[in-house]
Structure formats: C-alpha cells, structure tokens
Design a protein around this ligand. Sequence first.
Ligand code: SF4
Ligand code: SF4
Length: 131
Amino acid sequence: MSGIAIITEACIDTKDRACVDVCPVQCIYEFNAADGVLFSEDEAGSGVIENTHRPAADHIAVFADSLLYVNTEECTSCTACYQPDVCPVGAIYPEERVPDGSAGASYNADDPNQGHDHRFFVELSRSVFAD
Ligand code: SF4
Ligand code: SF4
C-alpha cells in the first residue's frame, strides 16, 4: 500500500506527540522502557492505552524511547500525520517519498536533517515490532 507513514530522524528527542492526536487508528507507538512494551494512546498523554505490541530487542535498542514508531501493518495511509502543519520538525514522510540523501531527494520544509539518507527508518519501522 502506498502512503504508509514513516517517522524519521528529526523526531528523536523532539517527540512532542502531535502526530498521535491526528491518527484515526492509533497506530503510532511509544516505547515504555520500564514495561518493555510499545503502546499507543487514544490521545497523547491521556494514559488511555489503545494497543500494545512487543518490541524486537535488537531493533528497539537502537533508539529506544527517543522517538515514536508507526506500525506499518496498521497504518491506513490516511495522510493525516504527514500534512505539513502537524509535525513541527517535518519528521514524517509517506514511505515512497522517504528521501535517500541523493541530490534530487525532496525533504519536508521543516526537516532539520535535509541531505541525510532517511531510508534506515523504513526498515526500523518494519523491524521494531516483534508481533
Ligand atoms: S509530530 Fe513529529 S516530532 Fe512529534 S512525535 Fe510525531 S513524528 Fe515525532
Ligand atoms: S498516515 Fe494516517 S493512519 Fe498512518 S500513521 Fe499517519 S495518521 Fe495514522
């Protein structure tokens, strides 16, 4: 399916959860290191857990709880989270537009990491969920 959302590098340590509140299917997850689970909330910060998943140990170890993760199996490609007024640091791209760092790559206007190859985050989004 095209249009699946991928969260990239700029979310690291920004993680303001603005995308969580626009996702209609609660498929954007945060890692709870204490409990060792990935969880999504109905509303960011509400404490009302919608879904949980088990993380893959090797993959969650890379960035742990410093950014959020879209479950690509659950994302409906609705486009809401990667509209330009949602993420303050332009971290979210549709999968087929994740820039590869080449000269012709197109970046979100607010992305502070223009020029970087973000494709690692496509793989990470798919591998970080163990179930
Ligand atoms: S809106 Fe952007 S910075 Fe905020 S949590 Fe989502 S991806 Fe991260
Ligand atoms: S594209 Fe839609 S369904 Fe997918 S993560 Fe973004 S808001 Fe959620």
